[in-house]
Ligand binder design. Structure first.
Ligand code: NIG
Ligand code: FE
Length: 436
């Protein structure tokens, strides 16, 4: 089958294909062939043979283009909400106390079990569309609100259906070890055995891309987590871990021992944990939404992660209990304001490093010849503007796999104004004579 070539011209493109600051093409063009970028570069060096090959042409009117965002940690499939718990927490109850009293994750499990597959899909679709409306073209969806073989399978199937309904790349993660369900009360070890028993069948049904666990005082012990990881390893499945969110359980070191794709949260990670992650090439996924919403005060050790060379990704952690947000852009802003990350680090966190946290091919999260043609077109002069502002709706257009998918986003997209941007500043300038 011959694939159509399209030209996307008049763009100012951030490519995130290097390690230094902003990789930028000022007067750029992209030629896509099917789902892939065939050529990208300065418009005036666009080879004539590509111009001749083009069947569709799109003028991006000088707008800023970035790779599509990748949300590498979400719990998108669930029913119910936890607004009442939010009120309780504001009256003084802690997240841990609510969980121990049978609320928290368990309350979402009850609501999720009671919902049909179609209801779960109908709830998840607008959440995914909301992410798309902020530039997301790929995301991870974890199970973990079913906690029985059947309900975990249903959740994972709904996650797979999202990728059929929407033009998104979806990676599924089996998080059976998220909490102990009521029918296993006081029998956490037996529950872990059940999770390990379900795993091969879920995998055989094509529902699992990775395996995750919640290693925490209110979750699973390191020994129990190890059992889950061994089961995953036996199936050749990569692992990830909710590690060191509320306390240091030495989860990061354990995950690193299994060459985990990522350790997520990490507010309480130790130097030893960071060292182990650096050695195993494990990505640190920081989740400013959960940090903010649980009013956490312990910072994830960004400077130490950076110094150790651990790649840092960011994600929404969308879930009803600890991070009910659907705004990757707000997460980028918070990563800078709350965690002192830089805007370029925030962008790399939602693109190239997020791809790595999901074990996606290295054609994801970047824009270069041969990469996936997933990109977002923004009403902004520069990607840093999108991190600096918050509460805006700056997406102009979204392209996934070389196809414009703006129509799939339920809300109206903006038309280009550039009114509030730093127009003309460009990528390289250092205003005020300060070395920035
Ligand atoms: O990533 N930490 C565990 N899991 C979720 C929260 C789940 C919930 O409270 O429903 C998280 O924060
Ligand atoms: Fe999570």
């Amino acid at each position: 089958m011959t694939q159509t070539n399209k030209l996307w011209r008049n763009a100012r493109i951030a490519i995130f294909d290097g390690n230094e600051r902003w990789d930028w093409i000022e007067n750029g063009a992209i030629v896509t062939q099917g789902e892939t970028v065939l050529w990208i570069g300065e418009t005036n060096s666009l080879p004539a043979k590509y111009i001749a090959s083009v069947e569709g042409e799109h003028d991006l009117e000088g707008a800023c283009v970035t790779p599509g965002l990748i949300d590498c940690h979400t719990h998108l499939v669930y029913a119910g909400n936890r607004a009442r718990e939010f009120e309780l927490r504001l009256q003084g109850a802690t997240y841990e106390e609510i969980a121990r009293a049978g609320g928290g994750i368990r309350s979402t499990v009850a609501a999720t079990r009671a919902a049909s597959d179609d209801e779960l899909l109908a709830l998840a679709l607008p959440r995914a569309r909301a992410l798309m409306s902020e530039g997301v073209t790929a995301l991870e969806v974890k199970s973990g609100y079913g906690l029985s073989e059947q309900d975990e399978a249903r959740s994972l199937r709904v996650a797979r259906r999202l990728a059929q309904e929407l033009p998104l790349t979806v990676r599924t993660t089996f998080l059976g070890a998220h909490a102990v369900p009521p029918e296993f009360d006081g029998r956490a070890d037996d529950y872990v055995s059940a999770v390990c028993d379900w795993m091969p069948r879920l995998h055989a049904d094509g529902l699992v891309d990775a395996v995750d666990a919640f290693c925490e005082r209110i979750g699973f012990t390191p020994d129990q987590t190890r059992r889950v990881f061994n089961a995953a390893k036996a199936l050749g499945l990569p692992v990830k871990l909710h590690a060191e969110q509320l306390s240091d359980q030495h989860g990061a070191a354990l995950a690193a021992e299994f060459s985990a794709l990522s350790c997520d949260h990490l507010e309480y990670v130790s130097e030893a944990g960071i060292k182990a992650m650096a050695a195993s090439g494990t990505v640190a996924v920081l989740l400013p939404g959960a940090y903010y919403f649980l009013r956490e005060t312990q910072w994830p050790p960004v400077a130490a992660l950076r110094a150790a060379g651990v790649p840092i990704a960011l994600a929404t952690d969308h879930n009803p209990g600890s991070s009910p947000t659907l705004s990757p852009l707000l997460m980028m802003n918070m990563a800078c304001t709350l965690f002192r990350m830089t805007p370029v680090e925030a962008w790399r966190g939602f693109t190239v490093n997020a791809a790595r946290a999901l074990g996606l091919p290295d054609t994801y999260g970047v824009l270069r010849a041969g990469s996936r043609a997933d990109f977002a077109v923004w009403d902004a002069d520069h990607p840093r503007d999108l991190v600096y502002r918050f509460g805006h709706h700056p997406l102009l257009r979204l392209v996934a796999g070389g196809v414009e998918v703006s129509d799939h986003i339920g809300c109206a997209l903006r038309t280009k104004t550039l009114a509030s941007s730093t127009h003309g500043e460009g990528a390289q300038s250092a205003p005020y004579g300060v070395a920035l």
